[in-house]
Design a protein around this ligand. Structure first.
Ligand SMILES: C[S@@+](CC[C@H](N)C(=O)[O-])C[C@H]1O[C@@H](n2cnc3c(N)ncnc32)[C@H](O)[C@@H]1O
Length: 206
């Protein structure tokens, strides 16, 4: 754990990922905050397109991997009628402490697995460049948890597995397998924007 947190030895991190507890991950991700450059991976235009095609307004959003709430603040600016409240959860506690302050944004330091969070009051689950930080087994639990939300808006980088990748991505499945997993819970794919490096998708509960 110490090596993974200090040295940024990504292979070591991946090899040992399954043995890490949530407390280890909180410690490592918070520690990385001082050595990793600002994270702002989301594709705003594609995200705006997905939010704009949702017909209801004043929705409650829960975001996994919200970092400094850049996505929440940018989306509220662009599609303000859609969002009543934006709740961001992240295990990087330094990022949460330094997150954007906004009356509609609520930042939560996550100290447990996301599937242990009660998401029953939320209409939209959002996650951008975060699902690939979980194993497929963990992803199944996340999908099961958020399948009670009316909508999912996801941005996932396109790469089939992350062996050798210089970053903390651990997912060893294709985006197609992730999409099949979501479809199996009777959540329907509504729209999708695909570029060379990422895919943004909008899903609605049947
Ligand atoms: C690549 S950053 C993406 C940040 C932002 N969503 C974006 O699109 O730029 C991945 C984020 O996921 C968070 N993360 C990784 N594992 C997590 C976990 N188990 N639970 C919650 N957040 C996690 C990291 O701390 C980090 O802020």
């Amino acid at each position: 754990m110490y090596e993974a947190g200090v040295v940024k030895n990504w292979g070591f991190f991946r090899d040992n990922y399954e043995s890490l507890t949530i407390d280890d991950l909180v410690w490592i991700n918070t520690k990385w905050d001082s050595v990793l450059p600002y994270q702002k991976s989301h594709s705003l235009n594609a995200m705006v397109k997905m939010f704009s095609s949702i017909t209801e307004n004043n929705l409650k959003v829960v975001e996994l991997g919200s970092y400094r709430s850049f996505l929440g603040s940018h989306l509220i600016e662009k599609v303000s009628s859609k969002v009543a409240e934006w709740h961001g959860y992240d295990i990087n506690h330094a990022a949460i402490e330094d997150a954007i302050i906004h009356p509609q944004i609520f930042n939560h330091k996550l100290s447990k697995w996301f599937w242990e969070v009660d998401v029953s009051g939320y209409d939209i689950f959002v996650s951008s460049h975060t699902l690939e930080h979980f194993s497929f087994e963990q992803l199944k639990k996340i999908v099961e948890t958020v399948s009670i939300c009316k909508y999912l808006v996801l941005e996932i980088p396109l790469q089939n597995n992350w062996r050798g990748f210089r970053g903390s991505h651990v997912l060893l499945t294709t985006v197609e397998e992730v999409e099949s997993l979501i479809s199996a819970t009777h959540i329907k794919l509504i729209d999708c924007s695909r570029e060379r490096n990422w895919v943004v998708s909008l899903w609605r509960k049947n």
